[in-house]
Design a protein around this ligand. Structure first.
Ligand code: G3P
Ligand code: MG
Length: 228
């Protein structure tokens, strides 16, 4: 089963920090998953649209300056990373699933990946761009046709066949709360693997594996191997 370290190995280190991504590499995850916002001319790696839960700062991410964001403690002395720093850390070690959170992220993320592929010998297959905002992932693919993309589903989908025809996704990402064997079968019938978020116990990972799920997002990458 494919293991995607959710916000890095966020059960072991502060989420969406370089420490969490390094831990995911150490634990042998196949992918790191991270969340990205565009601020000024930078791409910053953080999940919430506000700062209070995961940092010692306050306010909205998108109305903060990059200088302020970079001055904050994101846990255990870690900084809020830039996407470029995470891609450097991951090079040759682990694939990166970039989840587009804020508006205006599709263009700069596609451009950054294109730069790495054209100038630094990376492969498009080292990356996967996903979002709950399906227009954003479609825009990323339009800008960068070689880029693997995935829609995140917020609920049981209507017209999944139409969505797949529209996006030509690499994978479909489904919430563990509503995934069913029938939905996994439908996704497979459309030619895609099903990746499910988020499973943090061995029992839950086993339950998903028995449904035919291909990959799981987890805060504890070692538990995917423990699930067998
Ligand atoms: O990308 C899968 C998962 O991370 C989506 O939910 O809220 O953890 O970003 P969230
Ligand atoms: Mg995410």
């Amino acid at each position: 089963m494919i293991c995607l370290a959710h916000r890095g190995a966020s059960g072991h280190a502060p989420e969406n920090t370089l420490a969490a991504f390094e831990k995911a590499v150490e634990l042998g995850a196949d992918w790191i998953e991270l969340d990205v916002f565009a601020v000024e001319n930078a791409l910053v790696v953080i999940h919430d649209n506000r700062l209070e839960r995961t940092t010692n700062g306050a306010g909205y991410v998108m109305t903060s300056s990059v200088a302020y964001l970079r001055s904050l403690d994101a846990g255990n002395g870690q900084k809020i990373p830039l996407l470029s720093e995470v891609l450097e850390l991951a090079a040759g070690k682990i694939k990166v699933n970039i989840e587009l959170k804020g508006p205006g992220t599709a263009g700069p993320v596609a451009a950054l990946i294109e730069f790495y592929v054209k100038n630094q010998g990376r492969q498009y297959a080292d990356f996967l761009v996903s979002s709950f905002d399906h227009r954003q992932v479609k825009k990323a693919k339009t800008l960068c046709p070689g880029l693997p993309i995935a829609p995140n589903l917020t609920g049981p989908p209507l017209n999944l066949d139409r969505l797949v025809a529209d996006l030509s996704p690499f994978s479909i990402h489904v919430d563990a709360d509503f995934v069913t064997t029938e939905l996994v079968d439908e996704i497979h019938g459309l030619g895609c693997p099903a990746f499910v978020f988020t499973a943090n116990t061995v029992e839950e990972i086993k339950r998903l594996r028995d449904m035919g799920v291909d990959g799981v997002f987890t805060n504890f990458p070692e538990r995917v191997k423990q699930a067998g």
